[in-house]
Design a protein around this ligand. Structure first.
Ligand SMILES: Cc1cn([C@H]2C[C@H](O)[C@@H](COP(=O)(O)OP(=O)(O)O)O2)c(=O)[nH]c1=O
Length: 206
């Protein structure tokens, strides 16, 4: 399953709790943080006297690096879930990259070709929150900064994706436990098929 939404929507917090809850209730699950380095590159850029990662790499360069990194982290997460026989709770997925490309004026075509090998999640949870609320949360988090216009453009881009009709939209503006309860209800309404499997070892043992 994938949790998607704009920065500050609460994906990381909620996805971790969801993976813990699934595991505790008998469905082994694993949280995967599929970050593609925007915050990291932003910090490097500022150290080098640039405004942000796009200023450092150029928009096309940034999108290329971000897309390739996103591909790698998603592939790694899916592989790990396969090997460990756990449900993958994905914090971000391919849709986040399509959105990142769109808001920067790029074309999704080549990213879509690259990501075509990845499976469609059994459940895509879109954490819906007002951009202003998300911005306040990001500021309070204190690790990064997002422009309100950028967050609003991301929200619009997510909602305009061709896959958006298949997203389960969850109101993520409430208190964290209430949002978690809503997410759990969504999972229970649409249980993720899970075939328990013994973890596979990367190397033959014995
Ligand atoms: C889930 C949630 C998080 N937060 C806080 C925790 C974090 O410091 C910040 C952002 O949450 P985070 O889970 O990091 O969001 P995302 O992964 O979507 O960027 O907001 C809230 O204030 N309310 C909430 O409902």
């Amino acid at each position: 399953m994938a949790l998607i939404g704009i920065d500050g929507a609460g994906k990381s917090t909620q996805a971790r709790w969801l993976a813990d809850w699934l595991t505790a209730t008998g469905t082994p699950a694993r949280y995967h943080r599929n970050a593609a380095g925007r915050v990291f590159f932003g910090k490097v850029a500022r150290r080098l006297g640039r405004r942000d990662a796009e200023d450092l790499l150029g928009v096309r360069g940034f999108l290329l690096v971000e897309t390739l990194l996103r591909w790698l982290v998603i592939a790694r997460a899916l592989l790990l879930s396969r090997l460990t026989g756990t449900v993958a709770v994905m914090d971000r997925y391919t849709y986040c990259q399509y959105t990142s490309i769109t808001v920067r004026g790029g074309r999704q075509r080549w990213a879509r070709a690259l990501f075509a090998a990845f499976p469609k999640p059994d459940l895509v949870l879109y954490l819906a929150v007002a951009p202003a609320t998300a911005q306040e949360r990001v500021e309070a988090r204190g690790k990064d900064h997002e422009e309100l216009s950028y967050l609003a453009a991301c929200d619009a881009a997510y909602r305009a994706l061709p896959e958006a009709a298949g997203f389960t939209i969850v109101d993520a503006s409430g208190e964290p436990p209430a949002v978690q309860a809503e997410l759990r209800r969504a999972v229970l309404r649409q249980p993720v098929p899970h075939s328990p499997r013994a973890p596979r070892h990367l190397l033959p043992i014995g």
